[in-house]
Design a protein around this ligand. Structure first.
Ligand SMILES: Nc1ncnc2c1ncn2[C@@H]1O[C@H](COP(=O)(O)OP(=O)(O)OP(=O)(O)O)[C@@H](O)[C@H]1O
Length: 388
């Protein structure tokens, strides 16, 4: 029986509790319909053909200290399903866990099949252990900034940063106007400000695993390089400020006025720079962070994953694992379509072995399940077969 046939049957079935054995594997549908999530999905024969496939989850779970896992890749490959199932698995292994979506088109709520929207941390229902979820929204962050800044104008803020001399150029632009403007990168800024909160705020210190469901590739690369961008911009502003102060001082002394004291860069800038360095370092620390690339067995997805790995390597972001998701399971009664697809995916797995960027990564092979992965039981089911 093919996966699509199974799916169509399930859409019609409402109360069946039969566990359907489909040539070589037990079905997610059957597990869910049967009220059980504990069975094995693929039988040994299928697993044997999916060589290597294990994620070495024991390594991922064994360390007590805080770890950050970022799951990313091309759109639609299964990032959310993999991130959510990993978070459920960490939580069930005793790690208080937060799963965060930095993708503006959030799908955590859909994946967990419960409302996790609103930009605030919400407990995930249906998990016995501590698991909170957050869909980051720039709107909520804008509100937070507005309430923290007390509605300050840009001029006031620049004055307080010791940059009042430039403020005239900006007139009386209001911070609120700036935040309301469609500003590229606001999603990334929101994400980074949350990472800082997780790192700095005592209320989050008990969470030992933080799993990020990231946006498709380009967006995520911007997120990872943003702290660097800020860091270098702040350095430029600091240098400029020093130069302007020195020039003003020389100018005044030429006219016999008292020399202006060379000011140290303002504390606020130093603090901002320090905080950006903290985020940048945590994204690059092999002891605390790992970026897991998620892909599917198509040439286009593999090519994009290869480019993503090259960019992450350039940014020094640690990557050890590559999930190839939605692999067709073995079947004794293959239709022509399935056997063609399977041949194609075998060829693509071969491409990974020969790809200089990807061949060194631990390959995790994740099966195409016969139903959409929605809700905690389905995520547990997926997790037990991906994170092992
Ligand atoms: N191994 C799998 N077997 C069956 N269905 C899957 C599998 N992995 C993902 N799916 C389904 O594919 C769809 C997309 O998955 P998901 O939302 O996890 O991808 P994504 O990469 O996060 O997508 P986006 O880029 O849009 O955020 C969902 O309906 C999900 O249930």
């Amino acid at each position: 029986m093919t996966a699509s046939l199974l799916l169509s049957r399930v859409s019609r079935a409402t109360s069946s509790i039969t566990i359907r054995r489909v040539a070589g594997f037990n079905s997610l549908n059957a597990q869910i319909l049967g009220g059980s999530i504990s069975g094995t999905f693929f039988r040994e024969r299928s697993l044997a053909t999916l060589a290597q496939g294990a994620s070495h989850f024991d390594e991922m779970v064994s360390v007590d200290q805080r770890k950050y896992y970022l799951l990313g890749g091309k759109g639609g490959v299964g990032k959310t399903s993999c991130a959510a199932s990993l978070a459920v698995k960490f939580a069930s292994h005793g790690h208080p866990t937060i799963v965060v979506s930095t993708d503006p088109a959030h799908s955590l709520s859909d994946s967990f099949s419960q409302d996790l929207s609103g930009g605030v941390l919400k407990p995930v229902q249906g998990v016995d252990s501590t698991l909170l979820a957050l869909e980051i929204t720039p709107e909520t962050m804008k509100e937070e900034i507005k309430s923290q800044s007390g509605g300050k104008s840009v001029k006031n803020m620049m004055d307080s940063m010791g940059l009042g001399m430039f403020a005239g150029e900006l007139g009386d632009l209001n911070l609120e106007d700036m935040l309301n403007a469609a500003s590229p990168g606001i999603d990334e800024i929101a994400a980074i400000s949350k990472v800082l909160q997780f790192m700095e705020s005592p209320e989050y210190s008990r969470f030992t695993r933080i799993v990020f469901d990231t946006a498709p590739t380009g967006h995520t690369l911007r997120l990872l390089s943003l702290p660097d961008f800020y860091d270098s911009s702040i350095s430029k502003i600091t240098k400029l400020k020093k130069k302007v102060t020195a020039a003003a001082s020389a100018f005044k002394s030429m006219f016999g006025k008292k020399e202006i004291q060379q000011q140290e860069p303002s504390n606020e800038l130093d603090q901002l720079k320090e905080r950006m360095e903290k985020v940048r370092n945590v994204f690059r620390d092999v002891n605390t962070t790992e970026f897991v690339i998620v892909t599917i067995p198509t040439v286009m997805a593999i090519n994009e994953s290869s480019r993503l790995h090259a960019s992450l390597r350039k940014e020094n972001v640690p990557v050890h694992r590559l999930i190839v998701n939605q692999l067709l399971p073995q079947s004794e009664s293959d239709c022509k379509f399935c056997s063609m697809r399977r041949k194609e995916q075998t060829r693509v797995l071969g491409l990974i072995q020969n790809d200089t960027e990807l061949s060194g990564l631990k390959l995790i092979q994740s099966p195409l399940l016969d139903a959409e992965i929605r809700g905690v039981p389905a995520l547990k089911f997926m997790g037990d077969h991906v994170w092992r």
